[in-house]
Structure formats: C-alpha cells, structure tokens
Design a binder for this molecule. Structure first.
Ligand code: AMP
Ligand code: MG
Length: 354
C-alpha cells in the first residue's frame, strides 16, 4: 500500500514479457489489476491468505463480501470445488470461458479469507487473452473482484483502475477497454434448483435453455439494513457515483418528457445538471453535461458505456445526474437495468416499466 503502482501497457510485441512479470508478482503474493471480458479485476493468488487480504485492503472491501476465483482449466476447478453436478458441467461446456460465475461447495484448500468463511466458493473461467495467460503463467487460481474502490462504479478501462487504486496495488496491466462492461452472471449451483444471484451477459433464458428450471435470487433495489441476502455482496451500495443520481424509469415517451422536465426544473434552481441518456432520448433533452450511452435498442453498447458514463459525469462537478431508464431488456439489458437501479439513489416512475 502507498507505494508505486507499475503500469504495464500491452503494445507491440511485449505481451509475453508483461505476462511473465505480472505472474511473478502474483506468485510472490502481490496484487495485479488486469482486464477480463466483463470488467477489470484486482487479482491475487486465491490460495494465499496474505495476498488475498491485500485485495480487501486496497479496495476497502467489506470483510464479508467473498471473491470470485478465476481459473483456466477444469483441473483447477476440481482442486477448489466439490459436488460439481451434471448441470454445472453442461453450463461450463456452454458458457466457459465466459461471463458466468458458478458457486459450488468448496474444498479446504481455499482459504477462509477468499470465501469470507462461507462453505462455498465462486468460480469462473474468463474469456480474455490477458486474464487467461496471467492465470496460466501464475500457475494458481486468481481471486479477483472488480478493480475499483468498493461501492464505486466498476472499472472498464485501466485508466479507471488507476483513478481508484493507484499507489494501493502493485501493478495494472493495460489491455484496452473491456468487451462486456458489466460484471459476470452469478449462479448458485448448491441448491437442487440453481439460483441466479446477479444478472450479467449470460441471460436467465440462456441458462434455462441449458439446464431447465432456475430461481431468481436477486432484487432490483438496494437491500435494507438487516435484510437477509443470499449473496453477501448484494447488501452493499454498488456502482454509485458521488453525485446525486436520479433514475427515470419506464419504457415510453413519458420517460423522455420527464427527463426534459426535471432537467429544466433543476436548471431553473441553478443546479448543474448532467444527463446519462440513450442516443434517442438525447435528441429531445439538454443539460450542462450529456453522456451518450448508445441506442436504447442496443443493450450491449449501453453495457460497455455505462460505468464509463457514471465516472465521466461524476468528474464534472454536477449537482445532479438524471439517468435514462428507457432501455430495451433484451440480453444484457436486464443486467444494465439492474446496475442502474443499484446506482441510483432515487427513482421516478413514469408508468409502464420494462
Ligand atoms: P465482484 O467480484 O466485486 O463483482 O463481486 C463478486 C460477487 O460474487 C459478489 O456479489 C459476491 O457476494 C458474490 N459471491 C462471491 N462468492 C460467493 C459465494 N461463495 N456465495 C455467494 N455469493 C458469492
Ligand atoms: Mg465489484
């Protein structure tokens, strides 16, 4: 902590050199932030308690929010997990490597600090050449939560990681912007019927098509104090800009009209107003700062812009950010709406919501 963070910029032919240096840091018990296809992760040797503790310290992560362990082959899974069902094998065949995290009963080799003392472990095989090469070279599973200060929007570029964690971690590998932009789908495989704990790019429909019945185990609101949650991380504030954020919900022109009305009202009060809106909505509204999310009919584009947009507007010295909730729910759209709901401190309903 409070030392220099090395920046490894992947360019030209230096890939192998960077990976072996970063893997050396992991093997020695250090922390390295690296790109995955979902968001940037902050990695450490998942089997080394001392190393994993550094992740919690650097992020200011609550001690009861367990980490996802990243692997590159199924032998590593056998080392970490027990009772891996046929359904789980089907899911791994269909979606690994990819943005699906599975929760299993854990083996004793996994330190308590990695799972926060739970008898289960979350595992995923990331689909990113840097992440895969790093895990392979390090020769150990890598525990890696998102590489942001806890509670802040997840990082989708190395610059976001630097802004949050510079001086607090050993190194960042800059592999450019990530592909997906929202965190992995989390599915608990320990009950007879799997439970979806967090929506991501792999959709509930895709999972159902693969293994049949799935229960929904997450909520769209921030869990209140004392509320019992299945996934410990769900009870904390997430993805939040420091600026007050109001989400206008619905899926009709009423959303656009309400955003326009709110922006005018706040500006009349001399508020500096920022808008986080789709391209279509942007044509009908104005404010001090406008961040374009992409088309409301292209949830993938919005997913890859969402966290960058929250961070961009948060730096603009605004009094309020108004966010556009009119986003189609196809595919990753469910995950985008979920992150927006969690990021917003307040919301305004306009009737029909998708
Ligand atoms: P992050 O890596 O910061 O995106 O967060 C990982 C998510 O996975 C959090 O919401 C955790 O609560 C959840 N998670 C990790 N391990 C487990 C586990 N063993 N059981 C339930 N949820 C888990
Ligand atoms: Mg996170």
């Amino acid at each position: 902590m409070d030392s220099t963070t090395r920046i490894f910029q992947i360019e030209g032919g230096n890939f192998d050199e960077i990976i072996s240096e970063a893997a050396r840091i992991i093997k020695q018990g250090g922390t390295v932030a690296f790109p995955t296809e979902t968001v940037y992760g902050l990695g450490a040797d998942a089997l080394n308690s001392e190393a994993v503790r550094k992740i919690f310290q650097a992020k200011g992560r609550p001690q009861d929010n367990p980490l996802i362990v990243h692997i590159t082959d199924t032998e590593q899974l056998d080392m970490l997990a027990r009772d891996v069902s046929d359904s789980a094998h089907k899911l791994m065949d269909a979606f690994w490597p990819g943005p699906l995290t599975l929760i299993f009963r854990r083996r004793d080799i996994v330190p308590d600090v990695t799972t926060c003392g739970l008898d289960t472990v979350a595992v995923r095989m990331p689909d990113d050449p840097v992440a895969m090469a790093l895990i392979e070279q390090a020769g150990t599973p890598i525990a890696a939560p998102s590489a942001n200060i806890s509670g802040r929007p997840s990082p989708t570029t190395a610059e976001h990681v630097r802004a949050d964690l510079s001086g607090r971690i050993d190194a960042v590998i800059d592999g450019g912007p990530v592909r997906v932009g929202v965190e992995s789908t989390v599915l608990d495989m320990t009950p007879d019927i799997p439970v979806l704990l967090r929506p991501g790019e792999v959709s509930v429909e895709q999972i159902r098509e693969c293994v049949g019945e799935v229960r929904i185990g997450y909520t769209e609101h921030r869990a209140g104090a004392g509320e019992i949650v299945r996934s410990p991380g769900l009870k904390y504030t997430h993805y939040s800009p420091q600026t007050r954020l109001v989400l206008v919900k619905g899926n009709s022109q009423a959303v656009v009209d309400r955003i326009d009305e709110l922006a005018r009202e706040y500006r009349a009060k001399n508020f500096r107003v920022g808008l986080l809106v789709t391209d279509e909505t942007a044509e009908h509204v104005s404010a001090d700062e406008v961040f374009l999310l992409g088309s409301r009919y292209n949830a993938s584009a919005i997913a890859s812009n969402l966290f960058a947009g929250l961070r961009y507007l948060d730096q603009k010295d605004l009094d309020i950010i108004i966010a556009d909730g009119w986003i189609e729910q196809d595919g990753v759209g469910v995950a985008v709406k979920n992150r927006l709901n969690k990021a917003a401190g307040e919301s305004v309903e306009t009737g029909k919501t998708g």
